[in-house]
Design a protein around this ligand. Structure first.
Ligand SMILES: Cc1cc2nc3c(=O)[nH]c(=O)nc-3n(C[C@H](O)[C@H](O)[C@H](O)COP(=O)(O)OP(=O)(O)OC[C@H]3O[C@@H](n4cnc5c(N)ncnc54)[C@H](O)[C@@H]3O)c2cc1C
Length: 407
């Protein structure tokens, strides 16, 4: 059990290496990029939102999301904070979201590297793992730079999201060849597209909203926060949070739409009243002018058109009926979703190695003794806010702690 190979030098693989090397002498990380930790550098807009104090079942998704709830307590948020403090990361908290006090994601990579050097972990970059075979004596790892042998393999190769940062989905093929079932990988934490032509006009608008997601006309989920409107459709944190429900449904050819409330703090009736006062106050101004200061100009223009009101129509001509439609337009703006963004744009992958085939106390494969899985390659994805990195740290630590234990 002495010789461990970790495939992938991302968040979960590096954490697995730390814990494996604290008990075993020979730990090697094989990474096909020229550097380890490339994706960590891109996290949290370069600041690395490495965990979140607010944890719960709603933050983790998968075919069997209860798997996450069984694994996370084994190395939870406080363990993560303590470990990173021990390595040098002093936490900075913003509404429960934790960042390194330096606000530099590079700090997280650097402290992990320093610890791996201290523990004498061998790091081999530009080594692409092409195949893994298991026989009675252990594992044979086939790479572009020759073959390696190991008693234990930790598969930490990530998913398919943002492949430019290293995780190109090749880990799924490696797991599949070892007999594992892969739940179809789909982009998650990603923007959503719409075919509505007016998005070209709305591109660049940012505004606080409340959004409800419907699948086959049934309510599925809701979120609030800042919405970003773009020529292709919608983005921003609330959309990212809703996206994993939407991408799964779209993949199953189900109809998906959003109802966006552009003025969540007032009721529809209050908005009708407000609009009524605005148009009544100066009947000689246009409908568009009457909305100045209430909504972004581009949004007001498109909203009027969608409600069947000519933006240049004089307020004197806009009747109460039309105002009711206008209020409805802004309070329940329907956006039919035509598709999700691509893996290139996604922050995370939903789907992956079926959790039914992984031991929830050790992360060892139930099918192949000595094989462990960590991070995004497993069929669990977190919502925005530090949850995906927490999943990476937890699974890395648990696999690293358990991989040297004789069973
Ligand atoms: C832009 C962006 C911002 C994000 N921000 C946050 C955030 O602020 N907070 C948060 O919690 N999460 C964030 N995430 C998600 C988070 O970064 C990932 O979920 C997490 O890094 C996954 O860790 P991992 O170890 O499973 O996989 P990865 O970090 O993807 O690491 C996998 C590693 O394996 C290597 N590899 C893959 N295949 C092979 C192979 N065949 N041979 C050798 N090496 C291989 C890859 O090059 C890579 O280095 C963000 C993601 C992106 C893309």
């Amino acid at each position: 059990m002495g010789n461990v190979i970790i495939v992938g030098g991302g968040a979960s693989g590096l954490m697995a290496a730390v814990f494996a090397a604290r008990q075993l002498e020979k730990v090697t990380v094989l990474e096909h990029k020229d550097k380890i930790g490339k994706k960590i550098l891109a996290t949290g807009n370069g600041k690395c939102n490495y965990t979140n104090l607010d944890q719960g079942p709603k933050m983790y998704r998968g075919n069997d999301s209860s798997f996450a709830m069984k694994v996370l307590p084994l190395f939870h948020v406080n363990h993560t904070i303590d470990l990173f403090k021990e390595l040098g990361i002093y936490p900075k908290e913003k509404n429960g979201y934790l960042y390194p006090n330096s606000e530099q994601a590079s700090s997280v990579v650097e402290v992990l590297k320093l610890e791996l050097n201290r523990l004498k972990v061998k790091i081999c970059c530009e080594v692409d793992v092409e195949g893994i075979k298991k026989d009675k004596s252990g594992f044979l790892i086939i790479t572009n730079k020759g073959e390696y042998t190991a008693d234990t393999v930790i598969l930490s190769a990530g998913g398919c999201a943002s492949p430019n940062l290293g995780s190109d989905g090749s880990g799924y093929g490696l797991a599949e060849k070892l007999g594992h079932r892969i739940i179809k990988p789909l982009p998650a934490l990603v923007q959503l597209k719409s075919d509505a032509k007016y998005f070209k006009t709305l591109a660049g608008v940012r505004t606080k909203v409340f959004i409800r997601l419907f699948i086959e006309d049934n309510f599925a989920a809701e979120e609030q926060g800042e919405l970003l409107l773009a020529a292709y459709g919608v983005s921003g944190i609330p959309i990212m949070q809703l996206s994993s429900y939407a991408t799964r449904a779209l993949d199953q050819k189900k109809k998906v739409h959003l109802l966006i409330d552009f003025l969540p703090e007032v009721t529809k009736e209050e908005l009708v009243e407000m609009l009524y006062k605005r148009v009544g106050r100066n009947p000689s101004v246009t409908a568009e002018e009457a909305l100045i200061g209430l909504f972004n100009n581009k949004l007001a223009y498109v909203g009027l058109k969608q409600a069947g009101i000519d933006p240049l129509e004089l307020c004197a001509l806009v009747g109460k009926n039309k105002l009711y439609h206008l209020a409805e337009q802004f309070k329940e703006w329907k956006v039919v979703i035509s598709g999700p963004g691509t893996f290139d744009q996604a922050q995370v992958t939903a789907g992956g190695v079926d959790t039914a085939e992984i031991n929830d106390r050790t992360l060892e494969s139930k099918l192949v003794k000595g094989l462990y899985f960590t991070g995004e390659i497993i069929d669990i994805d977190g919502t925005c806010g530090g949850y995906n990195l927490q999943w990476a740290w937890t699974t890395g630590a648990v696999a690293g702690m358990n991989c040297g234990i004789m069973k």
